[in-house]
Design a protein. Sequence first.
Length: 254
Amino acid sequence: MLEIIQIPVLTDNYIYLIHDPVSKDTAAVDPAEARPVLDVLANRGWKLSYVLNTHHHWDHVGGNLELQQHTGCQVIAPLADRHRIPGIDRGVAEGDTIRLGEHSADVLFTPGHTLGHVVYHFAGDHVLFCGDTLFVMGCGRLFEGTAEQLWQSLQRLKALPTDTRIYCTHEYTQNNGRFALTVEPDNQALAEKMQRVAELRADNRPTVPSTIGEELATNPFFREDSPSLQKTLGLRDATPVQIFAEVRRLKDTF
């Protein structure tokens, strides 16, 4: 079984260390900074084998070069972003597979937040490292792609098994949930989740991971087919992409 360590950094970022206790292989996912990763590695007695980047934004790649320098790790990142990823050794794209010991992750191409974004799905471990494509009760902003692109990307993630744990890279949950309640105020599952989120954050505990199943019940960017959401938006006759785009527009100014 993979060991997953969650490292909070900056204001609201998470870096993940993934460790296979059999092979001793270890990967850092989206390291915004190097020093917190190096500290955990030293405390655990682990050696870093890989960096896995989901996209090129500085708060996901800022630690690449220092980690590479200190550990000799291989940087694996989106091939489409190879010109924007510091220290990239291996570019990956849709259909590629990466291995961590006996564990394997499928690379899924999920453009929208950026044009080159990928996610890493460890299907055998029921784990998804989704960068900024999907958040707990939210999704990434459209910095480079279109609403159609991001909607299509999210459709792929919606189709994953419901017990898949989603490890996103920001602690945006409380604000995302507050927004979600404005577009689907009668969603009981959402109201109950927000109570749990409030308890976690009151203790300064992370709200990540969530699961695909929880997101299907509470994330407005997964719920364009909800009659309640459509009624709130006044878009009962709109296409799914139009509904998604309107929810994204409203969230941008929330």
